[in-house]
Design a protein around this ligand. Structure first.
Ligand SMILES: [Zn+2]
Length: 340
């Protein structure tokens, strides 16, 4: 497989030498990626938004639980954390997709009164949605397919290990033979969430960001790579070369494995599609998911991304936040990054 990757991988890598070449490459590679992840197979419909719950949690933050229809008869529950408004300006938003082993939106929205969720928030600093709301942003924290309230039958029990877990494996088995993928379905659902923000009209639609850790970082990467409505991106604990982190480390969750993807791009090429939007990549020096080369496997991919930003003269819009810890979200420099 390593030999095959070397010989046949990355056919559509980023190699543009001008902004014009970049735009051409971006358009053509986006089309390929949309087909690979099955985005063109998704069905649109009206969002039919419903608000199921509205409570005040802390610091004056309102938590709404909304339900939107993302495909006909497919519904996505979302916690929307709305901070108090300061002044006349519309609030900015952050989409905050979830990673694994945190019960989907529950850990991201900081629902600590569930003990299993509180444990995962301690372990991974998983409550980045709530943290964004505390910084004054509206944080939209959805359940990805297979997570939280969207688990498939195999893991729908109320016991902790099932509640915390996700059914990516089962979904991938059903979806892929039908030409669909988890990457595609979750990217689609996040695009529908962007539609919802636009439709609701209460918040600034020109400054929407996306933040995600681990599997949430993967979703943030895919969404931002394919949708320019995302204007700033924070990807934590998910950015590294495919060969070391997904081919040699081949026991990761099914949602990482898109049929035929590696024949076309490496992760740095996906990252290049974010240029020139403000981008923070967070890496833990000790994160085992970086693979055998450690941080070098991240830096190599970032060089590709930097080449793309350089075409715009905007390399300074990339901020690589490295800390000495392992696989967890890192809050320290978020505010500074957003003020830049
Ligand atoms: Zn997964």
């Amino acid at each position: 497989m390593k030999k095959r990757w070397k010989e046949q991988g990355r056919k559509n890598k980023f190699s543009a030498k001008s902004v014009e070449e970049f735009q051409e490459w971006k358009e053509s590679v986006r089309q390929i990626l949309k087909e690979l992840i099955g985005l063109d197979r998704m069905e649109s419909c009206s969002l039919n938004p419903q608000c199921l719950e509205r409570v005040e949690i802390e610091d004056g933050i309102i938590r709404e639980k909304i339900l939107i229809q993302v495909e006909p008869e497919v519904y996505m529950p979302v916690f929307v954390l709305i901070p108090p408004k300061k002044g006349e300006e519309k609030l900015s938003c952050f989409l905050a997709p979830c990673g694994h082993m945190g019960a989907g939106k529950y850990s991201v929205a900081g629902v600590r009164d569930i003990p299993a969720v509180a444990d995962k928030i301690e372990l991974f600093h998983y409550d980045y949605g709530l943290k964004m709301a505390k910084l004054g942003y509206v944080a939209l924290c959805p359940d990805a397919r297979g997570f939280g309230e969207r688990r498939e039958k195999a893991l729908q029990g109320a016991e902790e290990d099932e509640f915390i877990n996700s059914t990516c494996f089962h979904l991938a088995h059903m979806a892929e033979p039908l030409g669909m993928t988890l990457a595609g379905m979750n990217t689609w659902d996040l695009m529908r969430l962007l539609d919802y923000v636009e439709e609701r009209g209460e918040w600034d639609i020109n400054t929407i960001g996306c933040v995600g850790f681990s599997g949430g970082g993967m979703q943030a990467l895919w969404l931002s790579a394919l949708d320019d409505r995302v204007k700033k991106i924070i990807i934590s604990g998910y950015f590294y070369g495919i060969e070391d982190s997904l081919l040699k480390l081949n026991g990761n969750c099914s949602c990482n494995y898109v049929p035929h993807l590696w024949e076309h791009v490496d992760m740095g090429d996906l990252g290049a599609l974010l240029a020139p939007r403000p981008l923070m990549i967070q890496s833990g020096r000790e994160d085992h998911l970086n693979g055998e080369k450690g941080l070098k496997n991240v830096e190599e991919q970032l060089l590709v991304v930097k080449d793309a930003y350089n075409l715009f003269g905007m390399e300074d819009r990339i901020f690589h936040d490295v800390w000495d810890g392992g696989h967890c979200f890192h809050q320290e420099h978020i505010e500074g990054f957003l003020m830049r």
